[in-house]
Design a protein around this ligand. Structure first.
Ligand code: IDP
Ligand code: MG
Length: 147
């Protein structure tokens, strides 16, 4: 069983999600499970901020394509707070590959016909931090340090 810990996590609505106007629906799903959206702001990432965000993936075959995708348009960054916020947002998003994401999840319900960029990066609508450490690091990229 998960412990009831108050956490903050970074949720991104990626450029494909923003372009498709999915932000309101995604934010509504987050609020519906009792989480709070403390900050919400539209950004266009620089190459440097994108490299910071995805530094754990440096060296992977999809790294260059991922940077290209995440800088390809505006995204919406949210600080989401509440009990088990990190795991809860990941659960709401579903599996990385939308074809494997369950019905009822964001990636499962909104998967696109064509879910790959021209260089094979998976366009999967949303990002959520995967650990406390990642959440702190990623929130700082967008909003500076939040206590
Ligand atoms: P996550 O977003 O579910 O945490 P990560 O493994 O952290 O998944 O990957 C970061 C992002 O990189 C994914 O959301 C997706 O956009 C892209 N990606 C991950 N694995 C692949 C792959 O095998 N091929 C193409 N793109 C990928
Ligand atoms: Mg990840």
């Amino acid at each position: 069983m998960l412990l009831n810990v108050q956490e903050k996590t970074l949720l991104l609505i990626k450029p494909d999600g923003v372009a498709r106007g999915l932000d309101k629906e995604i934010v509504a799903r987050v609020k519906n499970v009792g989480l709070k959206v403390e900050r919400q702001e539209k950004f266009r990432l620089t190459e440097k901020s994108a490299a910071d965000l995805y530094s754990p993936h440096l060296g992977k075959k999809f790294y260059a394509g991922l940077l290209k995708f995440i800088t390809s348009g505006h995204l919406i960054a949210c600080v989401v707070a509440g009990e088990n916020a990190i795991a809860s947002v990941r659960e709401l998003m579903g599996a990385t590959d939308p074809r494997e994401a369950a019905a009822g999840t964001i990636r499962g319900d909104f998967k696109a016909e064509n879910m790959f960029t021209s260089d094979g990066t998976i366009k999967n609508i949303a990002h959520g931090s995967d650990s406390l450490e990642s959440a702190e690091r990623e929130i700082a990229i967008f909003f500076g340090r939040i206590k």
